[in-house]
Design a protein around this ligand. Structure first.
Ligand code: TYD
Ligand code: MG
Length: 449
């Protein structure tokens, strides 16, 4: 008769190992390898004894309503969220504010930073008016000691700033490298699940959306939050991507002030320019909501190279709209420098904003402002034909909320809210005539106004 096999296994991922090791070779978690009974690698647990019962995971309010909404109703214990954003956007500030709020509400937190020293974090806390004794700080440079500290402290939330500055000395890889980032994330996911600690990982992304991988971590975490905006302006947008515990696509808006991030109503911030040549209102969908956003253009005749520069707008889209306007819209732009921007630096990548951009360019070129309190919705094809934008209902609601009265759009947009009327346009040349930028447009414009 063979000897009963003694097995060691990882309590985080169930990986079986022949002998005790400090770090699980399966998930990279520290100190999770334990002795198990003969032949049983994991002990089955009846579902109803799990800590977070189905139908109502306990959730903690972060003290910031917009963030609770983006999370799907607050922070769920033992879950892992990735807070992705470009350097300088405000990830560290947001983490510190979250940690301070939760700690003040009696939910202890641990803030681990590998990017800033304790003194630097203390200075930031002072600037934000957060009492220094409210925030428990740990170095976030090395994975092993950080995991030990979290197991000892058992905070409600472990905030890690950032996943790229954390390294696993045992793995002997370069900090910030994809394998290292992946390994550290897996270990922290293991920690969250075994110790019941919520974890938020700040992750830097570049303008192109990636490098050194937060994007590659999306499948490993429960929730992905994206922090966006133009670092030089104060406006910030936090949007929820993947979310295992709530609706995806919620958005919250913030303004970065001298004393941290404040939630704002974007309608107050994005008030659209009225009656200015070179400015037209778009109704982009940002996350699940639509908003009235001003698109601006500047057209400067030149004999030299015709530069095209867009801020907040996709460069390729900007060039395409300019080319279509030149050819199909008969607005000569080839010998001009063109600049495009959005109010507040909001990043728009909704093709249904093409028509507003075309209107802004045509308005800038002609010196004629768009009709008062109007918006433009539609995607431009290469021939100049205008295609309807998806989700018109939300866009029309945003137009009403912004106090607009006219929407130029492709086809009939469906039921119109009170006080708003649609001007159906099928081709960019037609839209420009109606809006008043074309050669024969005065009469038409008078009929719209
Ligand atoms: P930070 O949170 O450090 O961004 P990230 O961690 O994403 O790199 O904040 C970035 C910028 O915000 C920085 O340039 C300073 C500015 N800031 C304010 O304007 N007000 C404030 O209260 C704080 C803390 C920072
Ligand atoms: Mg930072």
């Amino acid at each position: 008769m063979g000897k009963a096999r003694t097995l060691m296994s990882c309590s985080a991922c169930g990986q079986q190992v022949g002998q005790w090791v400090g770090r699980c070779p399966g998930c990279g978690a520290w100190g999770t390898v334990e002795l198990r009974g003969p032949g049983t690698a994991t002990v089955p647990v009846a579902l109803q004894t799990l800590r977070h019962e189905a139908g109502g995971e306990p959730r903690a309010s972060t003290g910031i309503p917009g963030i609770d909404r983006v999370l799907g109703g607050g922070l769920v214990p033992a879950t892992v969220a990735l807070l992705a954003g470009e350097p300088g956007i405000g990830k560290s500030t947001l983490l510190l504010q979250l940690v301070a709020n939760l700690s003040a509400a009696g939910l202890p937190c641990l803030l681990a930073s590998g990017e800033e020293s304790r003194d630097q974090v203390a200075l930031r806390a002072r600037r934000l008016g957060i009492p220094g004794d409210r925030v428990a700080f740990a170095s976030g440079r090395e994975l092993g000691p950080l995991m030990d500290a979290a197991r000892a402290e058992r905070p409600f939330l472990l905030a890690v700033d950032s996943i790229q500055s954390l390294r696993d000395t045992a793995a002997g890889q370069v900090p910030g490298g994809p394998a290292q980032v992946r390994g550290c994330t897996d270990a922290l996911v293991g920690l969250a699940k075994t110790e019941g600690i919520a974890v938020i990982l700040a992750g830097h992304v570049t303008k192109d959306g990636d490098v050194a991988g937060p994007r590659t971590l999306e499948h490993a975490v429960d929730v992905v939050l994206t922090f966006d905006g133009e670092p030089r302006s104060g406006l910030r947008m936090l949007s929820g991507g993947k979310n295992r515990f709530g609706a995806e696509g919620e958005v919250a808006w913030f303004e970065m002030g001298s004393d941290g991030l404040h939630e704002i109503d974007p309608r107050a911030m994005l008030r659209t320019g009225e009656g200015e040549p070179g400015s037209a209102t778009a109704l982009p969908r940002l996350g699940r909501r639509a908003l009235a956003v001003e698109v601006q253009a500047l057209v400067v005749p030149t004999d030299g190279p015709a530069r095209r520069q867009a801020t907040g707008l996709e460069q390729g889209r900007f060039q395409l709209v300019a080319a279509v306007l030149d050819r199909a819209g008969r607005i000569p732009l080839a010998r001009a420098e063109l600049f495009g921007a959005t109010s507040g630096g909001v990043r728009i990548d909704d093709p249904a904003c093409d028509l507003a951009l075309a209107a802004a360019l045509a308005s800038a070129a002609s010196g004629v402002p768009p009709p008062s309190r109007s918006a433009f919705v539609g995607e431009l094809g290469l021939t100049g034909r205008i295609h309807p934008g998806a989700g018109m209902g939300g866009r029309l609601a945003a137009a009403t909320a912004a106090g607009l009265t006219t929407v130029f759009c492709a086809g009939e947009p469906g039921p119109m809210p009170d006080g708003l009327r649609a001007v159906p346009v099928g081709h960019v040349a037609e839209a420009l005539e109606w809006a008043g930028f074309g050669a024969h447009s005065r009469a038409k414009r008078d009929r719209v106004a």
